[in-house]
Design a protein around this ligand. Structure first.
Ligand SMILES: [Zn+2]
Length: 188
Protein backbone atom coordinates (compact mmCIF):
# COMPACT_ATOMS: atom_id res chain seq x y z
CA UNK A 1 0.00 0.00 0.00
CA UNK A 2 2.78 2.48 0.90
CA UNK A 3 4.41 2.39 -2.55
CA UNK A 4 1.00 3.20 -4.02
CA UNK A 5 0.55 6.20 -1.72
CA UNK A 6 4.10 7.38 -2.52
CA UNK A 7 3.39 7.02 -6.23
CA UNK A 8 0.18 9.04 -5.87
CA UNK A 9 1.96 11.80 -3.98
CA UNK A 10 4.90 11.96 -6.36
CA UNK A 11 2.61 11.93 -9.36
CA UNK A 12 0.57 14.78 -7.90
CA UNK A 13 -2.52 12.55 -7.80
CA UNK A 14 -3.16 13.00 -4.10
CA UNK A 15 -3.94 16.61 -3.21
CA UNK A 16 -4.97 18.28 0.00
CA UNK A 17 -6.72 21.55 -0.81
CA UNK A 18 -8.67 24.01 1.31
CA UNK A 19 -11.34 21.71 2.73
CA UNK A 20 -10.80 19.26 -0.11
CA UNK A 21 -9.09 15.91 -0.45
CA UNK A 22 -8.59 14.90 -4.06
CA UNK A 23 -7.44 11.55 -5.47
CA UNK A 24 -6.88 11.51 -9.22
CA UNK A 25 -8.65 14.87 -9.27
CA UNK A 26 -11.79 13.36 -7.73
CA UNK A 27 -13.01 14.67 -4.41
CA UNK A 28 -13.15 11.95 -1.73
CA UNK A 29 -14.11 11.98 1.94
CA UNK A 30 -12.73 10.30 5.00
CA UNK A 31 -15.74 9.16 6.99
CA UNK A 32 -16.01 7.66 10.47
CA UNK A 33 -16.24 3.87 10.71
CA UNK A 34 -19.46 4.23 12.69
CA UNK A 35 -21.25 5.72 9.71
CA UNK A 36 -20.69 2.50 7.76
CA UNK A 37 -21.75 0.42 10.76
CA UNK A 38 -25.00 2.39 11.07
CA UNK A 39 -25.70 1.86 7.35
CA UNK A 40 -25.11 -1.88 7.77
CA UNK A 41 -27.46 -2.13 10.75
CA UNK A 42 -30.20 -0.15 9.02
CA UNK A 43 -29.90 -2.09 5.76
CA UNK A 44 -30.24 -5.39 7.63
CA UNK A 45 -33.70 -4.37 8.83
CA UNK A 46 -34.89 -2.77 5.59
CA UNK A 47 -34.62 -4.66 2.29
CA UNK A 48 -35.61 -1.65 0.21
CA UNK A 49 -32.94 0.49 1.83
CA UNK A 50 -30.40 -2.31 1.30
CA UNK A 51 -31.17 -2.32 -2.43
CA UNK A 52 -30.91 1.47 -2.58
CA UNK A 53 -27.55 1.41 -0.79
CA UNK A 54 -26.36 -1.31 -3.18
CA UNK A 55 -27.47 0.59 -6.27
CA UNK A 56 -26.07 3.95 -5.19
CA UNK A 57 -22.73 2.41 -4.16
CA UNK A 58 -22.53 0.73 -7.56
CA UNK A 59 -23.33 3.91 -9.47
CA UNK A 60 -20.89 6.03 -7.48
CA UNK A 61 -17.90 3.75 -8.14
CA UNK A 62 -18.81 3.38 -11.80
CA UNK A 63 -18.86 7.16 -12.19
CA UNK A 64 -15.55 7.45 -10.30
CA UNK A 65 -13.91 4.88 -12.63
CA UNK A 66 -15.20 6.58 -15.77
CA UNK A 67 -13.87 9.86 -14.56
CA UNK A 68 -10.38 8.66 -13.61
CA UNK A 69 -10.02 6.64 -16.79
CA UNK A 70 -10.71 9.74 -18.86
CA UNK A 71 -8.24 11.73 -16.83
CA UNK A 72 -5.46 9.12 -16.75
CA UNK A 73 -6.11 7.43 -20.07
CA UNK A 74 -5.63 3.93 -18.63
CA UNK A 75 -6.99 0.51 -19.57
CA UNK A 76 -9.42 -1.71 -17.63
CA UNK A 77 -6.71 -3.84 -15.99
CA UNK A 78 -4.83 -0.78 -14.78
CA UNK A 79 -8.10 0.59 -13.40
CA UNK A 80 -8.70 -2.65 -11.48
CA UNK A 81 -5.24 -2.32 -9.99
CA UNK A 82 -5.94 1.24 -8.89
CA UNK A 83 -9.28 0.22 -7.35
CA UNK A 84 -7.65 -2.55 -5.32
CA UNK A 85 -4.95 -0.16 -4.11
CA UNK A 86 -7.48 2.54 -3.25
CA UNK A 87 -9.53 0.02 -1.25
CA UNK A 88 -6.55 -0.83 0.90
CA UNK A 89 -5.42 2.78 1.17
CA UNK A 90 -8.88 3.86 2.32
CA UNK A 91 -8.73 1.44 5.24
CA UNK A 92 -11.43 -1.00 4.11
CA UNK A 93 -9.03 -3.90 4.50
CA UNK A 94 -7.09 -6.21 2.28
CA UNK A 95 -8.70 -7.20 -1.01
CA UNK A 96 -7.53 -10.45 -2.60
CA UNK A 97 -8.63 -11.25 -6.16
CA UNK A 98 -9.24 -15.02 -6.22
CA UNK A 99 -10.53 -15.20 -9.79
CA UNK A 100 -10.88 -12.58 -12.53
CA UNK A 101 -12.34 -14.12 -15.69
CA UNK A 102 -12.45 -11.43 -18.40
CA UNK A 103 -13.88 -13.88 -20.93
CA UNK A 104 -16.93 -14.97 -18.92
CA UNK A 105 -17.11 -11.72 -16.95
CA UNK A 106 -17.07 -13.33 -13.54
CA UNK A 107 -14.87 -12.66 -10.53
CA UNK A 108 -14.37 -13.69 -6.91
CA UNK A 109 -12.75 -11.51 -4.26
CA UNK A 110 -11.85 -12.17 -0.65
CA UNK A 111 -11.83 -9.20 1.69
CA UNK A 112 -10.03 -9.24 4.97
CA UNK A 113 -10.92 -6.72 7.60
CA UNK A 114 -14.05 -4.97 6.30
CA UNK A 115 -15.62 -2.68 8.93
CA UNK A 116 -18.38 -5.27 9.63
CA UNK A 117 -15.78 -7.25 11.55
CA UNK A 118 -16.62 -4.91 14.43
CA UNK A 119 -20.00 -6.70 14.72
CA UNK A 120 -18.50 -10.15 15.20
CA UNK A 121 -19.53 -11.53 18.54
CA UNK A 122 -21.79 -8.53 19.18
CA UNK A 123 -24.53 -9.27 16.66
CA UNK A 124 -26.54 -12.50 16.78
CA UNK A 125 -26.12 -14.08 13.35
CA UNK A 126 -26.28 -17.48 11.69
CA UNK A 127 -23.30 -19.06 9.97
CA UNK A 128 -24.63 -17.84 6.61
CA UNK A 129 -25.38 -14.23 7.48
CA UNK A 130 -23.82 -11.62 5.19
CA UNK A 131 -24.09 -7.91 5.92
CA UNK A 132 -21.87 -6.03 3.47
CA UNK A 133 -24.47 -4.88 0.96
CA UNK A 134 -22.80 -1.48 0.45
CA UNK A 135 -19.52 -3.23 -0.26
CA UNK A 136 -21.09 -5.51 -2.87
CA UNK A 137 -22.38 -2.36 -4.56
CA UNK A 138 -18.93 -0.78 -4.58
CA UNK A 139 -17.37 -3.91 -6.11
CA UNK A 140 -20.24 -4.18 -8.62
CA UNK A 141 -19.52 -0.63 -9.84
CA UNK A 142 -15.80 -1.28 -10.18
CA UNK A 143 -16.12 -4.63 -11.88
CA UNK A 144 -18.84 -3.36 -14.26
CA UNK A 145 -16.33 -0.80 -15.40
CA UNK A 146 -13.47 -3.31 -15.63
CA UNK A 147 -15.57 -5.80 -17.65
CA UNK A 148 -17.35 -3.06 -19.67
CA UNK A 149 -20.69 -4.64 -18.86
CA UNK A 150 -23.48 -4.43 -16.28
CA UNK A 151 -22.17 -6.78 -13.59
CA UNK A 152 -23.57 -7.39 -10.11
CA UNK A 153 -22.19 -8.77 -6.87
CA UNK A 154 -23.35 -10.77 -3.90
CA UNK A 155 -21.60 -11.78 -0.71
CA UNK A 156 -21.35 -15.53 -0.09
CA UNK A 157 -19.66 -15.45 3.29
CA UNK A 158 -18.96 -12.74 5.82
CA UNK A 159 -16.61 -11.87 8.67
CA UNK A 160 -19.67 -10.99 10.74
CA UNK A 161 -20.13 -14.72 11.47
CA UNK A 162 -16.48 -15.24 12.36
CA UNK A 163 -15.08 -16.21 8.93
CA UNK A 164 -11.56 -14.95 8.25
CA UNK A 165 -12.69 -12.99 5.18
CA UNK A 166 -15.80 -11.92 3.29
CA UNK A 167 -16.28 -13.48 -0.14
CA UNK A 168 -17.83 -11.47 -2.95
CA UNK A 169 -18.91 -13.10 -6.22
CA UNK A 170 -19.33 -10.95 -9.35
CA UNK A 171 -21.32 -12.03 -12.41
CA UNK A 172 -24.30 -11.07 -14.57
CA UNK A 173 -27.49 -10.46 -12.60
CA UNK A 174 -29.35 -13.38 -14.23
CA UNK A 175 -26.59 -15.82 -13.25
CA UNK A 176 -26.54 -14.63 -9.65
CA UNK A 177 -30.33 -14.76 -9.32
CA UNK A 178 -30.38 -18.31 -10.71
CA UNK A 179 -27.57 -19.63 -8.53
CA UNK A 180 -27.88 -17.73 -5.25
CA UNK A 181 -31.27 -17.49 -3.51
CA UNK A 182 -30.16 -14.46 -1.48
CA UNK A 183 -29.30 -12.39 -4.58
CA UNK A 184 -32.54 -10.38 -4.30
CA UNK A 185 -31.24 -8.95 -1.05
CA UNK A 186 -29.02 -6.76 -3.25
CA UNK A 187 -31.11 -6.09 -6.36
CA UNK A 188 -34.51 -6.82 -7.93
ZN1 LIG B 1 -18.96 -9.31 4.96
Amino acid sequence: MLPFVAKLLMGGQLNFGKGNLLIFGERVLIIPLDLILILIEKSLKDKKLAQQIYESSKNSVLAFCQSIQKRLNINQKETLDILINLTEMNGYGEIIPIKIDYQNKTAVFHLKGLPSRAFFGKMKVSDYTTVDVYWCGLVAGGISFVFSDDIDCIETRCVVSGKDSCEVVAAKKEFLKKNFPNATKYFK
